[in-house]
Design a protein around this ligand. Structure first.
Ligand code: BGC
Ligand code: IFM
Length: 471
């Protein structure tokens, strides 16, 4: 027998439903359709095939990790089992990152997505934090001001060009905030993304964080009296802020260099030289003000005090700045990258993965925001955020410690966790957004599987850095 489950919006006129049923009304037709479906997936997933001799690794790289990347590409963080409603829409940063694990599957759809995302950007390079997939318009409720957002567009676009060689995409005319009267080329969108960072520098020459960077919950300008408030929609103080992000600084050095390389390939030598000066200045600023002696500082708060420093009582060290500054190889010659990654091993690594920060926050800090409102060991407060573990894996490959990267990879890779499924709880074939950290009630328990940037970043880390196959 075969059962057909379907949906049609014409409930009185059954014509459409009957036509669909007719396509599958014999077992032979169903078998043929299933064979077609198998062929479709075999072709799609066959674009990247690994034969490593490790059955678990092959299963992840060849099937499940790629499939999860497809799912995150389609749904971003909307339509989730874990967070209800359509409020989230498609994140500007999320969707750019999702492309990294998807672009080799259907490059044409990636191309379209890049244009859609870029069309929601503001003329000054800032971005709506989220947009709605059906209208393709930015979400006014959330607005902009997340100062990492512009840089992710460089990542998304560069990933597409590296995979396809289609430099032509840069000539496409793309509107700002969906207004065609102010359309410019996609290349110009990348330029304003780059410039948005340098036009928003703080007292140490590091990027101002704005409402938050990748860590949505590090809200340094919010000052909400109520830790239960929705931080993403709360008002932020902008005047007089000194809050800077060392993570954005690391990002700027990496994607700034990609931007420079792009300029050179396009013969824009003056622009490349101009951009190089800013990247060099940022590198100097990180070494001077972003280094804490044994690891990279995470940020400066509203008042200009360090976060993620040995001077702090809680949150002495954070994963994000270690990941981004080592991926960017900042201070590699001076031994900073080695020291930073050694500190990660010593202070953040656990049996189940690398925690986000340590020590966890045990009380609410009004000047840090949502991060300190979570229980210790969960989510952005010292949970194992599986999205950022690959940043450390990649950092390890930058300093030539591939074995260490591989150990970190296996710690959070679902296929290697089957023996602890009872503890882990989520599906043993997809990544979860987070696993409870060492301070949690039940370390090792995972939450929010499927819709997470973890899929793309782990795929990127294993294929391009641990296995080392780069487009
Ligand atoms: C989640 C993030 C989300 C943030 C703000 C956090 O609990 O981990 O995914 O961006 O809340 O909504
Ligand atoms: O970077 C964010 C992302 O945009 C949504 N999920 C959680 C991440 C970390 O806060």
């Amino acid at each position: 027998h075969s059962f057909l489950v379907g949906y049609t919006w014409e409930n009185i006129n059954k014509k459409k439903a009957k036509e669909t049923i007719a396509k599958f009304d014999t077992v032979a037709k169903v078998d043929a359709a299933l064979a077609d479906l198998r062929k479709y997936w075999d072709t799609l997933l066959g674009n990247y095939t690994l034969d490593s001799g490790d059955e678990k690794l092959d299963r992840m790289v060849n099937i499940w990790n790629q499939y999860q990347c497809m799912v995150t590409f389609c749904f971003s963080r909307s339509a989730s089992f874990f967070e209800s409603g359509i409020g989230r829409g498609m994140g500007f940063r999320d969707s750019n990152q999702d492309l990294v694990g998807f672009v080799h599957q259907i490059p044409e759809r990636a191309r379209e997505r890049i244009i859609d995302i870029a069309s929601t950007q503001f003329p000054d390079g800032g971005c709506y934090h989220q947009y709605q997939p059906l209208t393709k318009r930015g979400n006014n409720d959330i607005g902009g001001g997340f100062n990492d957002d512009p840089l992710w567009l460089i990542l998304g676009t560069i990933s597409y060009i590296k995979e396809t060689g289609d430099f032509g995409i840069l000539q496409e005319q793309v509107p700002f905030d969906n207004d065609w009267s102010v359309a410019r080329s996609l290349f110009d969108h990348l330029s304003v993304s780059f410039d948005h960072v340098i036009k928003n520098l703080g007292p140490h020459g590091l990027p101002l964080i704005g409402r938050a960077d990748w860590n949505d919950c590090l809200n340094l300008n919010c000052f909400s009296n109520d830790p239960n408030e929705s931080f993403q929609t709360a008002e932020n103080k902008s005047e007089g802020t000194k809050a800077e992000s060392v993570m954005i600084a690391g990002m700027f050095v990496i994607y700034g260099q990609d931007y420079i390389e792009l300029c050179k390939r396009l013969g824009k030598t003056e622009e490349a030289a101009r951009a190089q000066k800013h990247v060099d200045a940022m590198t100097v600023a990180v070494k001077k003000y972003g280094w804490d002696g044994e690891w990279f500082v995470r940020a400066y708060d509203y008042y200009g005090n360090k976060i993620g420093s040995r001077e702090n009582e809680e949150g002495k060290i954070f994963i994000e700045s270690q990941g981004w500054c080592t991926m960017a190889a900042i201070g590699k010659e001076e031994g900073m990258c080695h020291k930073s990654l050694d500190a990660v091993k010593e202070r953040l690594d656990t049996k189940y993965g690398i925690v986000l920060n340590n020590p966890a926050f045990t009380k609410y800090y009004i000047e840090y925001g949502e991060i300190s409102s979570y229980p210790p060991g969960y989510k952005e407060n010292a949970g194992i955020f599986c999205h950022n573990n690959p940043w450390i894996m990649i950092g390890e490959t930058v300093i030539g410690r591939g074995e260490q990267a591989w150990e970190y990879y296996k710690k959070i890779c679902p296929a290697y966790l089957e023996d602890i499924s009872d503890l882990h709880k989520t599906e043993p074939y997809v990544y979860s957004q987070m696993v409870a950290g060492k301070d949690a009630f039940k370390p090792g328990e995972a939450k929010n599987s499927w819709l997470t940037g973890t899929a793309a970043w782990n795929y990127y880390a294993i294929t391009q850095f641990i296995l080392g196959i780069k487009p």
